[in-house]
Ligand binder design. Structure first.
Ligand code: HAM
Length: 419
């Protein structure tokens, strides 16, 4: 049986083949995501992977709606696997916002599903770090979120030489649109053309823009000038104060595909331009109002950082650590009459937080020792009886070859001091 296209198996290292997905690398990324978000005072939340279809058709935008994994469940409800986390978060906040002091700073690591055409950096399932701030209008919140994004990537060893955050604003584009057009009809269509500018042939973009009364020259001149709005200037100043100014630049090419964004938008890219966006986000000040049916009105902003592009980038820059499973101790049971006492010892070691393993069934001592080496045990520990009939634990450090005899009750303490 093959797995479905675009889905992944995650194997523990060492990987049977180098192009496989590593469960250890995934865990490593998740732990950096969690640590950094927590350092910024974000709390973890989660929601269901399956949602009413309507939650996503309301406001995610056509592109994502076209990629939904949706079906009718056995109760004839129209449901969908989540393609993104933001609508779920908006629903959760709308339901219980009074219980939380503002601004709310939350993060999640959901697995998301999009029926996309498979290509480099795009699969049908991926994980995202989602970090969002709810209930704060001031650009200080935007700067805080972008600082988190930068620090998350820095925690994985990436520097200003590896990636940049392209910062833009739908407000700036809105003003441009109204200045040139006088009204807001076709504004969404205009945004979609801007979103595709870098991916489409110039003539095609020029023709599409012309159809709604714009010229490619005006649009290009606006992007070229990249003059920050007061809001963007405040964010840049804030990031400069933190010493993070080198990581961001104004780039009006970015407008974001999702329909719900209202103000600041941004994307993080590798500087060599080899990969797709590592992260995308922005403000969505109207989404909670929309999803709550006008009951709750709170400004919000956030980002999603995908694991697929990030892993490709970390691999390419050789920034992934070597993942070696190690054991603190392997218990050799050479005398089967001591199995019960050995199990007690193993239990003690594990209770002390040590990683301990042993042979589940009787085995020759050389086989057990070989297994200890294969599992990269730091120490072996073996129970023996001395001449007086008392139990003694014999420890052997497999690196230094040092040997030591201790009271079985002292083994955990001894190993905690050395591992
Ligand atoms: P998004 O731009 O659709 O935004 O996705 C964010 C990131 O997830 C992308 O930059 C990319 O790294 C990764 N990603 C997206 N689709 C795939 C895929 N099919 N395969 C692999 N990686 C993928 C959102 O999802 C917004 N909800 C983010 C957000 C949170 N905005 C506000 N809060």
């Amino acid at each position: 049986m093959e797995r479905l296209p675009g889905f992944r198996d995650f194997y523990p290292e060492p990987l049977p083949q180098p192009d496989m997905w590593s469960a250890d690398a995934r865990q490593y990324i998740f732990s950096k995501w969690r640590q950094t978000a927590r350092r910024y005072g974000f709390r973890e939340y989660d929601g269901p992977p399956l949602e009413p279809l309507e939650l996503f058709t309301t406001k995610s935008g056509e592109e994502i709606v076209g990629q939904l994994y949706n079906f009718q469940d056995k109760g004839e409800r129209d449901v969908s696997l989540r393609p993104e986390m933001t609508p779920t978060l908006a629903r959760m906040i709308a339901a219980h916002e009074r219980s939380y002091k503002k601004p709310v700073k939350w993060f999640a690591i959901p697995q998301l599903f999009r029926y996309e055409r498979q290509q480099k950096g795009r699969l049908r399932e991926h994980f995202q770090l989602n970090a969002d701030i709810i209930g704060e209008k001031d650009p200080a919140a935007d700067a805080e979120l972008i600082a988190l994004l930068i620090d998350t990537l820095r925690s994985l060893g990436l520097t200003e030489k590896d990636f940049t955050v392209r910062l833009s604003s739908r407000n700036a584009w809105h003003d441009f649109f109204v200045r040139h057009h006088g009204n807001t009809a076709k504004e969404h269509e205009f945004y979609q053309i801007i979103d595709k500018l870098e991916r489409e042939a110039q003539e095609q973009s020029a023709e599409k823009l012309g159809r709604i009364g714009f010229s490619l020259e005006d649009v290009s001149a606006f992007i070229e000038k990249s003059e920050p709005t007061p809001e963007l200037k405040a964010i840049l100043d804030n990031l400069n104060s933190r010493g993070l100014g080198d990581y961001v630049k104004i780039d009006y090419h970015v407008i974001r595909g999702l329909a719900y964004y209202t103000g600041i938008v941004f994307e993080a890219f590798d500087l060599k331009g080899e990969f797709r966006a590592i992260t995308g986000g922005g403000r969505y000040d109207n989404l909670i109002k929309l999803i709550s049916g006008d009951k709750v009105d709170l400004p919000a902003l956030g980002f999603g950082m995908g694991d697929v592009v990030l892993l490709e980038l970390l691999k390419a820059r050789k920034l992934l650590p070597k993942f070696e499973a190690t054991l603190d101790a392997f218990c050799l049971i050479e005398d089967e009459s001591l199995r019960a006492e050995s199990l007690k010892l193993i239990q003690d070691l594990r209770s002390a937080g040590l990683i301990a393993d042993y042979s589940l069934t009787a085995a020759k001592s050389d086989k057990q020792f070989k297994r200890a080496q294969e599992l990269k045990a730091t120490q072996t520990v073996k129970l023996e009886r001395n001449q007086a009939g008392e139990l003694v634990a014999r420890l052997k450090n497999l690196k230094t070859r040092e040997e030591l005899s201790v009271n079985p009750a002292e083994v955990a303490k001894q190993l905690c001091g050395t591992h």
